[in-house]
Design a protein around this ligand. Structure first.
Ligand SMILES: Cc1cc2nc3c(=O)[nH]c(=O)nc-3n(C[C@H](O)[C@H](O)[C@H](O)COP(=O)(O)OP(=O)(O)OC[C@H]3O[C@@H](n4cnc5c(N)ncnc54)[C@H](O)[C@@H]3O)c2cc1C
Length: 444
């Protein structure tokens, strides 16, 4: 059903954000960058003041790029991205390049570095195996009201401050892929959110949706860092121990530093010294704790919103952390880890920690909980804000608003597996194919 035009127009005007654009795919915030190597990339200042597309994807990130590349096989697509150009992997913006990148950089069998092999053996000795139990993250309930408002376009601002309008054609859609922080922020700024909250911010309410910006979650990360008594190669995570409560990964790095030039230093001050470090990192599965996102500015999308994740507010998360930290203690007691100990003057052997050591008594729950709370940090796997079943339906459509979807990590109830990026790329590709199929169906 067609909407009153003032409602559509209001939504259009409120879809305002600072960005550059490109015609079919991505772009940048700086006008001095050379786009000639990417035919589809335009700086926003070179765009017409008004154009129409079949699809507008906001956010050329992990989910947005494969989604846009897939849709652009058959339709005109505009991606609005406020970050830089994907110079490292320009081919990710076409289907062949996307799969090549996937196989070369994301899904491949690695040659294990030494520290990774050690942790793999230690994990197996400590009884942690590759339990790849799948978790279902998508809710299949569908709620879709044809009588609600429709998204019709976006207004974006180029780096000179000039506004441009991009509209969608008949049967077109706008897809938010701006990530767990960007997508709820854009919905709120556009008037889709709790009516009392939006009114308190003087934002006109397009559609009252109390769950936008809610259920923001981040997997707590806790790690130990060991100083290794011999030179050691750097490695990123290649091995993971998977349990239903936590994941354990490992990293190693070599730090160069210049010794402090004390008068009696053993080292000449001009000689750098290498410090080998190895980390064992625990990521809490889930998590169950969550917080919310609030706007820091009611009208400027460039002002990052305030987000709270309430780490360990749910006691289950804390007990998972304690179990994981205990398991790290078990790893350190394995034979595989023995060569990484130092020998003290009294002949005793032990690990040298950089930063907090594990509590000496790992059966002391309260000491373990304090350790979890005091050493918690982020794995950057934050998600939520536009959850499936609460803000979007099982087809990722914003419930109550026509022609508007959210396809990114903000829809996730749980962060999938050890690292979410591959799942998000596949979500973009999957949704692109699904939308192409839907588009071929006759209008009922
Ligand atoms: C430092 C760091 C390291 C990480 N390492 C790993 C890893 O090793 N492995 C792994 O699996 N995961 C990793 N992650 C997590 C992973 O990157 C994210 O989970 C994933 O990228 C989220 O995908 P997304 O599509 O939801 O959002 P994103 O990939 O974040 O894409 C959102 C895009 O929208 C753009 N955007 C936001 N707002 C706007 C706006 N208003 N206008 C226009 N564009 C906008 C952003 O610039 C961004 O390009 C890491 C994350 C971080 C931050």
């Amino acid at each position: 059903m067609a909407l009153p035009s003032n409602l559509s127009l209001l939504l259009l005007i409120l879809f305002s954000f600072h960005s550059q654009l490109l015609q079919v795919h991505a772009f940048t915030t700086r006008s001095d960058q050379d786009f000639s190597f990417m035919k589809s990339v335009r700086n926003a200042i070179d765009m017409a003041s008004e154009e129409k597309y079949d699809y507008i994807v906001i956010g050329g990130g992990t989910a947005g790029c494969p989604l846009a590349a897939t849709l652009s096989e058959k339709h005109s697509v505009l991606v609005l991205e406020r970050g830089g150009t994907p110079g490292t992997y320009p081919n990710v913006l076409n289907v062949a390049g996307f799969f090549a990148n996937l196989m070369q950089s994301v899904v491949f069998r690695p040659n294990l570095a030494v520290w990774q092999s050690v942790v793999k053996e230690a994990l197996l000795e400590a009884g942690v195996g590759p339990d790849n139990g799948l978790s279902v993250i998508l809710n299949t309930d569908i709620f879709f009201e044809m009588t609600e408002p429709s998204a019709v376009g976006v207004i974006y601002t180029d780096s000179n401050g000039k506004s441009h309008k991009a509209l969608i054609r008949k049967r077109g859609e706008i897809i938010l892929s701006a990530g767990a922080i960007g997508s709820p922020q854009l919905l709120l700024l556009s008037g889709v959110g709790s009516d009392t909250y939006l009114s308190s911010q003087n934002i006109s309410v397009i559609h009252s949706q109390p769950n936008v910006g809610k259920f923001m979650a981040d997997n707590p990360r806790n790690n130990i860092n060991l100083v290794i008594p011999f030179p050691f190669e750097a490695s990123s995570a290649q091995v993971v121990g998977i349990t239903s409560d936590y994941y354990i990964e490992a990293f190693s790095l070599s730090l160069s530093f210049f010794p402090i030039p004390l008068p009696f230093s053993l080292y000449p001050s001009s000689v750098s010294t290498e410090l080998s470090l190895a980390s064992i990192v625990e990521k809490i599965a889930g998590p169950l704790s969550h917080g919310s996102l609030q706007l820091a500015s009611p009208n400027d999308v460039k002002v990052a919103p305030h987000v709270g994740f309430n780490y360990f507010a749910d006691p289950v998360d804390l007990s998972r952390c304690v179990s994981g930290v205990r398991k790290i203690g078990d790893l350190l007691n394995t034979n595989s880890m023995d060569p990484f100990k130092y020998k003290a003057f009294n002949g005793e052997r032990g690990f040298m920690f950089l930063g907090p050591a594990l509590p000496s008594n790992n059966s002391d729950d309260s000491a373990m909980e304090d350790y979890c709370r005091s050493t918690v940090t982020t794995f950057w796997h934050y998600h939520g804000g536009c959850l499936v079943g609460k803000v979007v339906d099982g087809d990722f459509r914003v419930m109550g608003v026509n022609s508007l979807r959210v396809v990114d990590g903000s829809t996730f109830i749980l962060s999938p597996g050890t690292n979410p990026q591959a799942t998000l790329m596949m979500l973009g590709r999957y949704m692109g194919l699904k939308m192409l199929r839907e588009r071929r169906q006759p209008i009922s």
